[in-house]
Design a protein around this ligand. Sequence first.
Ligand code: ADP
Ligand code: MG
Length: 504
Amino acid sequence: MAETPTATFTDILAAIKPAKANPKPGKLFINGEFVDARSGKTFATMNPATGEVLTNIAEAGAEDVDLAVKAARAAFEESSPWRKMTPRDRSRMLWKLADLIRANAEELSELETLDTGKPIFESSRFDIPLAAECFEYYAGWPTKITGETIPNTAGGEALVYTLREPIGVCGQIIPWNFPLQMLAWKVAPALACGNTIVLKPAEQTPLTALRFAELTLEAGIPAGVFNVVTGFGPTTGAAMVEHPGIDKIAFTGSVEVGKEIMRTAAKTLKRVSLELGGKSPNLVFADADLDTAAKYALGGIFFNQGEMCTAGSRIFVEEKGYDEFMSVLRGRAAKMVAGDPLHPKTRLGALISAEHLERVMSYVAIGRGEGASVAVGGERIGSRGYFMQPTVLEGVTNSMRVAQEEIFGPVASVIKFADLEEGVREANNSEFGLAAAIWTRDIKKAHRVARSVKAGTVWINTISTTDNAAPFGGYKSSGFGRELGRAAIDLYTETKTVWVDLNG
Ligand code: ADP
Ligand code: MG
């Protein structure tokens, strides 16, 4: 591990190819400018594939958060250029941001892969283009956010109508697993509705958010509308949640922090939306196309090294189909090799950090201790970077910790079930309710089970797909509020009811 961080963004990219941009490492983005943290403090962001420091990042303290909030508040004043902008012009700006993401896609993919350890195949095919698509989707919304006229049932003559207004300053706190995509899911709808933003990327992965900040300047987003404060959760993040000038917190991350945010936000009665963890069941019935189900089950758990809140981490297999399904799953999982995330052929990258690798690995031991067997994988790969073998645990029962706790890594827990009733009961026997997948050729069974499963997203004969137009969020401890689609417009607007007396 390098002792002193020296690389700049330019160096990082130059190591791969001539850099196209310099996204100002070591700076915060406040009021349209890249500035140092008041304290002058910085911290390092690492490349999980090598364990080396990529560059220095500014560490925002409470005073920097305050400056960002003040800038966002000023940009939200009714007389501000942003608030006076027509919906059509906001729409154009969102589309312009999408264009700029696309124009810089190669560089953004490289930054994302360097910072997260995810395969470049994934960042260039999914993370970056899907972020652009999210801005394109929400570019269509500003001109379509409308209120209603309400029939007056109270007697007398009145005109009653509603207005949808932006909430104000939105604090957005995002995780490290899909950095630019999580930014897009939060920033695009918030801007579409006319809010202003203070965004905190995860401390492990701040690079693409800073580069995106530069793109907002190029797109002509007025100063103060979008601000980035880099730093740690308990300091920078907590300062946002405490700050009385922030009207809403949108958070994606762990259940523990989600609860903490709700408690703190209660003091200033901030609006809160939370997208938290998952332990999603992937229910495979014996009458499914078992070959396809097994192939997709691998993507469901091993995509992004399993670092996904929707990961299909509990694979329930009906006894009658178990051997056939598992022979495909085991065979294919054993053939997956982790490699250099920047190599275009790599399909499995590095886990985010040494601590996280250790935590994920500890679950292999926990599973063994509980009586599960390691059918595939279970070991760390090499000693440089944080790579781990795709791991399949068999003989798991749903009450084991490896079936109840979110591992957030490439570890699948396989559980046998006897019949539909047992499968659904056990699938629902979980603290979480983010997503579920169902594999069967029986259309009635598929829809019946879809209704019975307590999850915000249910996939039938597919897994892990999302669409910018389709609402996404959790039941139970997986959080509340729905992002994406029209649902996010509700998350980022207040409804105002206006009464006009028309009597006499
Ligand atoms: P993970 O365990 O996957 O890193 P976290 O919930 O810890 O997930 O982090 C998700 C995001 O929340 C990150 O941006 C992190 O910095 C931030 N965060 C962590 N703790 C707090 C906190 N107490 N208050 C506000 N934000 C926090
Ligand atoms: Mg990093």
